[in-house]
Design a protein around this ligand. Structure first.
Ligand code: HEM
Length: 146
């Protein structure tokens, strides 16, 4: 469970992060794929080769954070994205990697404005959002094996 303080910090920083969304997603995409060739291959396998999928991913995390205290609203979108993830074989081990680069990008773009409180709140929120995806995707993988 996230504390009210964490929820408040996350929600109050979503607008500025969205404003800088292009910068954040560009840094995220570049660093993560440059340093993780195996993940780059997953994206290359998709139809979009220009990075728009990786950017959609980062923007979706920001959008999800707006509803961090009511994630049920997101379930239809999560179900649909999860199907895409299953097709490209995303596993639960990938989530911390994405989280690390997303937080890194937030820090890099916000600079001094990224206080410890803000960074920690986002780390926690990402963890909660990632767990929702991981849960849905694990169920889908199990269904596949039946
Ligand atoms: C909470 C974290 C994540 C969110 C919110 C998210 C969201 C998205 C979204 C919105 C898309 C666009 C495609 C669609 O709408 O169906 C997408 C595609 C994709 N995601 Fe995720 N994602 C997350 C985590 C991950 C992780 C951990 C990986 C593994 C490295 C990953 C790999 C991919 C790939 C490879 C695609 C592109 C698939 C294609 O080429 O069509 N995502 N994701």
């Amino acid at each position: 469970m996230l504390s009210q303080k964490t929820i408040d910090i996350v929600k109050s920083t979503v607008p500025v992060l969205k404003e800088k969304g292009v910068e954040i997603t560009t840094v995220f995409y570049k660093n993560m794929l440059e340093e993780n060739p195996e993940i780059k291959d997953m994206f290359d396998a998709g139809k979009q080769k220009d990075g728009s999928q990786a950017r959609a991913l980062a923007m979706t995390v920001l959008a999800a954070a707006e509803n961090i205290d009511n994630l049920a609203i997101l379930m239809p979108a999560v179900q649909s994205i999860a199907k895409t993830h299953i097709n490209v074989k995303v596993t639960k081990e990938h989530y911390p990697v994405v989280g690390r680069y997303l937080l890194g990008a937030i820090k890099e773009v916000l600079g001094e404005a990224a206080t410890d409180d803000i960074v920690n709140a986002w780390a926690e929120a990402y963890g909660v959002i990632a767990d929702v995806f991981i849960g849905v995707e694990e169920k889908m993988y199990q269904e596949e094996c039946k």
